[in-house]
Structure formats: C-alpha cells, structure tokens
Design a protein around this ligand. Structure first.
Ligand SMILES: CC(C)(COP(=O)(O)OP(=O)(O)OC[C@H]1O[C@@H](n2cnc3c(N)ncnc32)[C@H](O)[C@@H]1OP(=O)(O)O)[C@@H](O)C(=O)NCCC(=O)NCCS
Length: 311
C-alpha cells in the first residue's frame, strides 16, 4: 500500500471511485447517477497539492481532498473502495489531512458528513472533529424570465469581465469581507480557479462603492454543479439585505445561463441566512452535519451571511 499526492491525471479513476463509494453508502444502484454531471477537476486548481490517494497494486482504492480557505480548511470528499471498508484506509488519509492543515497553518479545520451515520461521526471524532450544527443542502427552481424585464437586469459585477488590475482589487475586497466574518478566511483560490477553469462566474455586489457581497457560482461542463444547475459553492454578504440581493443576483445569473436549478448549502446555525434562503424559495434536499476541530463555532453562527457546505 502506498499513499501519494494525486494530480489531474488521476481524475477519471478518482471520480469513478467517488461515485462507487457514495453510491454504495447511499444505496444508489447506478454509481453514475451520483452527482451526475458534477466534476472535481477544479479542486486541483484550488489546491494543487491537496489531493491524496491510496494505491494497492497500482490501483487507486482510497482518496481525500483537502481545501484551504485561508485560516480555515476542510477535507472531503474522503472515499474508500467498498471492498476495503473497515481496514483503516480512511484513518490513514485523515492523518495525511492533519499534516496538510498543519503545513498550511490552518487554525480551524472542519468537514461535512452524514448526520445520521454513527460510523462517520465516530470515525471523525477519533481525530478531534465534533458534530456541530446541521448543514442544509438546498435547491430552488429557476424560471426562465423574460430577458427584457427589469427584474432580470443583473446589477452584479462579474469577475470574468474585469481586467487584471480590477480582478486584484475585487479579490482584495472579497478577502476583506471574509476577514470581517472570520479572521483569515480567504476564498481567493476558489474565485481564481473558477475564472481560470471557466466553469462559472463569481458575482460581486456593491453599495456606496464598497463590495458588500460575492458569490462563487459553478455551472456547466467541468464544474462542481450537477447537470442543469448552478451551484453556489461559497457566498458571503455583509448583512441580511445584501444577502437577499446576492441571492437574487444568483437567480438572475442562473436564468441567464439557462439552468433549471440553483443549489446551495448553508449551515443552519447561520439562522438569518438559512431563513432568508427558505423565504426566497429554496427547499431542503438533504441534511448533513458540520464537524469542527475546535471548541468554538467558527463562522457557523447567527449573524453570519455565508453559503457553503464543505462537501
Ligand atoms: C466513510 C469511509 C470513508 C470510511 O472508510 P473506512 O476505510 O471504512 O474507515 P476506517 O476503516 O479507516 O475507519 C472506520 C472506523 O470507524 C469505526 N466505526 C465504524 N462504525 C462505528 C460505529 N458505529 N461506532 C463507532 N465506531 C465505528 C471502525 O471500527 C473504525 O475504527 P477502528 O479502526 O478503530 O475500529 C468509507 O466507508 C466510505 O468511503 N464511505 C462512502 C463515502 C463516504 O461516506 N465518505 C465520507 C463522506 S463524509
């Protein structure tokens, strides 16, 4: 058995392993129908050194992705080929993730998992991750609005349309906004990866010349979004009013790019954000739990207007 860093050359084998492992756990007969259309390719752009795999006889049998967002990091997906379950392969990879987080000076580490699985909770607890609040994976239908109507007129700025210097200043604005939510939280790598892989758009909203919100939206081939959907991988806003505005801009973007659904996960401890999403038409599709290796709740707390799900 050998644990090695993974790269894009392993993508096909890796995505197949992810589908087989999750389909087995969830009980889906056809692994290809798990997260159909979604790709993990851009994870290598976000953190080129964050993926690790376990090989037995040159075959990939287990894998883990670690994602650093500044001072916060999470791991997932973590997968083991079903025939090797219970033989310690996941634990060996969690140790690798521990080292990765140490090397990156991550001070708050977390993950998302199945809230109803004693096996999953016990496994992560062994490494100091404790179950905190529920994370709701949500979805809302997108109606194809009349493109000429006022309500479809996007007021958000699009990262892909900026020149290099403006991109730098918007990255800085996003960093500042996130830093105010949790010290050192930094989504720059996600924003840059989305732009360089051309798998979506990051929208920014402004008020009185200041950035008050942004949303990293995946859609299309090669993105993390499932077929026909736009997936908000991360979004942050300064307050409830701007959060509502940001959701509305994500809807407009979804309509403009022709997807039928807008999906997003939110930690339910962010009460107002969660309620705002429900009020704006999002419905729960699945529930998981956020586990954190800390005795505080990080940015999973009331008054925080953030969307993310750590899968
Ligand atoms: C979850 C998963 C990664 C675990 O992989 P694994 O290689 O079987 O895990 P390991 O063998 O390293 O560790 C499992 C540990 O949990 C323990 N465990 C299992 N069920 C348990 C329970 N009900 N209560 C307490 N401990 C339990 C095992 O005994 C083992 O610990 P031990 O070695 O001290 O005995 C694997 O089952 C998988 O790929 N599942 C499908 C995809 C998935 O769910 N990924 C994780 C998403 S968050």
């Amino acid at each position: 058995m050998e644990i090695k860093a993974l790269n894009t050359s392993h993508l096909t084998e890796l995505e197949n392993l992810v589908r087989v492992a999750f389909a087995k756990h969830i009980g889906i007969p056809d692994p290809n129908s798990f997260n159909s259309g979604a790709s993990l390719a851009s994870r290598f752009e976000v953190a080129a050194d964050g993926a690790f795999g376990t090989f037995i006889d040159n075959k990939l049998v287990a894998a883990i992705f670690c994602t650093p967002w500044g001072s916060f990091g999470f791991f997932g997906p973590l997968v083991v080929l079903p025939e090797y379950w219970g033989s310690g392969l996941a634990q060996a990879l969690i140790e690798i993730a521990d080292q990765f987080f140490k090397d990156k000076n991550i001070e708050l580490a977390g993950l998302y998992t199945f809230s109803n699985s004693p096996k999953h909770l016990a496994l992560y607890q062994k490494f100091g991750y404790w179950p905190k609040q529920l994370t709701a994976l949500m979805s809302t239908e997108i109606s194809l609005l009349n493109p000429a109507s006022a309500e479809t007129t996007a007021t958000a700025e699009r990262f892909s349309q900026f020149d290099g210097a403006s991109q730098q200043s918007y990255l800085e604005a996003a960093r500042e906004l996130c830093n105010g939510i949790y010290p050192g939280l930094d989504l720059s790598s996600e924003i840059k990866a989305l732009a360089s892989c051309k798998i979506g758009e990051t929208v920014f909203i402004e008020k009185d010349g200041a950035t008050v919100g942004f949303a990293v939206c995946h859609f299309g081939h090669g993105s993390e979004a499932t077929s026909n959907s736009c997936y908000i991988k991360f979004a942050a806003a300064s307050d409830q009013e701007q959060f509502s505005r940001l959701l509305s801009e994500c809807r407009k973007l979804s309509s403009a790019v022709g997807v039928t659904h807008l999906t997003a996960g939110v930690n339910t401890a962010r009460h107002q954000a969660y309620k705002t999403m429900l009020q704006s038409g999002f419905k729960m599709q699945a529930i998981g739990v956020a586990m954190l290796r800390a005795d505080h709740d990080g940015f999973n707390r009331p008054g925080v207007f953030v969307i993310d799900d750590w899968r």
